[in-house]
Design a protein around this ligand. Sequence first.
Ligand SMILES: [Zn+2]
Length: 144
Amino acid sequence: MELSAPSAAASASLRCEGRLSDCGIRPTAQRVRIATLLLSAPQHLSAEQILASLRAAGARVSKATVYNTLNLFAAHGLIRQLSVDGSRAWFDSNVEPHYHFHDLESGALIDVPVPAVAFSSLPVPPPGTEVAGIDLVIRLRKKM
Ligand SMILES: [Zn+2]
């Protein structure tokens, strides 16, 4: 996380407070703090990374609070929860439609714009259903 002047940090947290309210989330101090951390830049963070950052900044916050807050944010469309490898939950501050590269070595997630991908064939969905969205994770490894 980059260092910023107190006034810039204060205005960032005010902006986040507004975004929480706009999404129908009551902006408690704890929620604003978590939102400010996650929404400060387009990024992908695991719940563990967010918890570690909050604690490093001196916040006394429980793991359960962080998880509950992130799930609340995702349910209200403020952030997007990603299923990448099943072992941990990732949260994306970019809620616009896009896909991901996943670097297996570093664990990094890199955005892939939707127009960069073309599906030539998709299965017909079961009767009475329609495709609501497609998740795509392209796993990367070092060339052999
Ligand atoms: Zn993303």
